[in-house]
Design a protein around this ligand. Sequence first.
Ligand SMILES: Nc1ncnc2c1ncn2[C@@H]1O[C@H](COP(=O)(O)OP(=O)(O)O)[C@@H](O)[C@H]1O
Ligand SMILES: [Mg+2]
Length: 262
Amino acid sequence: MSNKLIKVINLAAGYDGTPVIMDITFHVERGEIVAIMGPNGAGKSTLLRAMLGLAKIFSGSVEILGYSPERDLSIIRKLVGYVPQRENISLNIPIRVKDVVLSGILLRRGPLSLPTKKDMLRAKEVLKSVGLPKDLWSKKFSELSGGQQQKTLLARALISRPRILLLDEPFSAIDIKSQREIMRFLDMLKREEGISVLLVVHDINEIADYIDKVILINRRMIAWGKQSEVLTPENLKEAYGAEVEVIIYRDKCLALIGDRHA
Ligand SMILES: Nc1ncnc2c1ncn2[C@@H]1O[C@H](COP(=O)(O)OP(=O)(O)O)[C@@H](O)[C@H]1O
Ligand SMILES: [Mg+2]
């Protein structure tokens, strides 16, 4: 079997009658951690959503483990764990940590499914594996810190043992210590289970050691490949324009100043 878990060729995708992103071509190999970067509104979330059948594919193709989101959506949703942008998740509903994690399997089984003993054990196991203490199990999700919420959402995505993880801005508004813990955990998943991770990030500096490749987009693909090839002053200017100041030191992108979510 090919080692390319994700293949995207000349993709144009968006909503209703208009593509948001165009000419996107890249692939992700087994056990690769790939960062998607680009300014606000570049279409980063749309790219992830197109892989899950949540945005419309206008032309080109997406293949995930040989399956197409246009034909094989239910299979793809089993193989792929997805954590949407946290700002799009309603955080005020009084749901407990265990229910968030269990929903990762129960929602797939259909309405009114109840967890089995095995599900409970698996939920505890996966919560522990992302580094959350046992006593959070019955806590309200809304009472957790940003880092703990992100780890809980990661546990929810992992409970069904996906082969691929799509994480949309997992590090927005969380502290650097949690960022590093999550990155180390993803790196372990990649090494031990060959899981591939595609994650949208704004600042690559803190996690650069863990990133195998970068996809830089602004509606169109600007570059895809190794950090040193993609994060060049020319490419970054093309992606971010005058919105940001880019600090490059010895060929490494140290900072993008000015491009932050409100
Ligand atoms: N559900 C939607 N329906 C219509 N347009 C959308 C929808 N979601 C996003 N868009 C538009 O697509 C463009 C790219 O958005 P998005 O993919 O969220 O960018 P990014 O994640 O890079 O900030 C934006 O102009 C946005 O307004
Ligand atoms: Mg987004």
